[in-house]
Ligand binder design. Structure first.
Ligand SMILES: NC(=O)c1ccc[n+]([C@@H]2O[C@H](COP(=O)([O-])OP(=O)(O)OC[C@H]3O[C@@H](n4cnc5c(N)ncnc54)[C@H](OP(=O)(O)O)[C@@H]3O)[C@@H](O)[C@H]2O)c1
Length: 307
């Protein structure tokens, strides 16, 4: 089943980002699983793929893309590929060579979007190096000038960090990618980004309504809540589809990850129904302000964003 009806949003540089992308992070997986997911994703109609240097899967993601281009299913220009700069490459002069090696792994000449993964910087032992992200941004701007990235942005930046970057940037960030879901609704940061023409992209978009968060077992009852089950039943959709549709309807691109073919297909099948205002409010009320990705390992670092 191919989904050809996925809308795009315009970035502040005039380029377009498809509102559904395929996430590719997995704590433990075989290289073939990433490649397979990307190939199933492209077959299902995904044209936006989200990876990162620290996912250690850029070769597999690149191989999946290359296969689908070779098969004639897509052309490079049909795809929107995002990757991210890891925290140990924040020195300005590291950015361009780092992206060049990521592009080699991805078998691409450019990425559509390059993100600073976190505002924190570390050395190769993982210790805080307190490199100012304004310095890193200068390297990010060079990647655009060299044609290695079409658009640049950030991830996990809080309001103050983004505001400070916007005041100093020559090329404006197009995107802030951060955790947004029915259980982490993030209205304040999303509204701030909107006011600055920065697109908020939702990672971990399923939050605690997906089945895969054993560490949050005490919230497992959300999945059996009669209010959200009734909405899903009314529309003939799964809870995951209701959660993703809720974000898309708020104008937020989502990058759900799955290794399961039927879920990959379901997660992009969001455009033949609409939630009513009341249903949006019901989903809003699942907000717990609880991060699935608290990144507490960086808590004491100079540029930790989640205080
Ligand atoms: N910028 C950042 O710092 C950052 C941080 C975290 C994530 N991300 C990006 O965001 C992507 C998504 O986040 P995530 O992987 O943390 O979480 P997610 O996409 O919200 O959830 C993924 C989990 O939900 C399951 N799932 C997927 N579709 C489902 C469905 N339809 N029904 C039930 N369960 C479903 C998957 O299981 P199966 O695979 O077994 O199907 C997987 O275990 C990542 O892959 C990555 O690309 C970025």
């Amino acid at each position: 089943m191919v989904n050809n009806s996925v809308p795009s949003l315009k970035l502040n540089n005039g380029l377009q980002i498809p509102i559904v992308g395929l996430g590719t992070y997995a704590r433990k997986a075989e290289p073939e699983q990433f490649q397979q997911a990307v190939e199933w994703g492209i077959d299902a109609g995904y044209r936006h793929i989200d990876t990162a240097s620290c996912y250690n899967n850029e070769e597999s993601v690149g191989a999946g893309i290359a296969n689908k281009i070779k098969e004639g299913i897509v052309k490079r220009e049909d795809l929107f590929v995002t990757t991210k700069l890891w925290n140990d490459k924040h020195a300005q002069n590291d950015v361009v060579p780092t992206l060049k090696s990521q592009l080699a792994r991805l078998q691409l000449n450019y990425v559509d979007l390059y993100l600073i993964h976190w505002p924190v910087s570390v050395n190769d032992k993982g210790e805080d190096t307190a490199i100012d992200y304004l310095e890193t941004w200068k390297g990010m701007e060079e990647t655009v000038k060299l044609g290695l990235a079409k658009s640049i942005g950030v991830s996990n930046f809080n309001k103050e960090q983004l505001q400070r970057l916007l005041q100093h940037a020559s090329i404006k960030p197009t995107v802030n990618q951060f955790e947004i879901s029915p259980t982490m609704t993030q209205y304040e940061l999303v509204d701030f980004c909107k006011s600055q023409s920065v697109v908020s992209v939702a990672y971990t978009p399923l939050g605690l309504i997906s089945e895969a968060r054993p560490e949050f077992e005490k919230y497992a009852s959300i999945k059996n809540d009669p209010k959200i089950k009734a909405i899903a039943e009314k529309h003939g959709k799964s809870l995951a589809q209701i959660g993703l549709r809720y974000l898309v309807q708020r104008g937020i691109p989502v990058v759900p990850k799955s290794f399961t073919r039927s879920r990959i297909q379901d997660n992009i099948n969001l455009f033949d129904f609409q939630l009513t205002e009341d249903e949006m409010t019901v989903v809003d009320n699942f907000n717990l302000n609880l991060r699935c990705v608290p990144a507490t390992q960086f808590e004491k670092y100079t540029y930790f964003p989640f205080h």
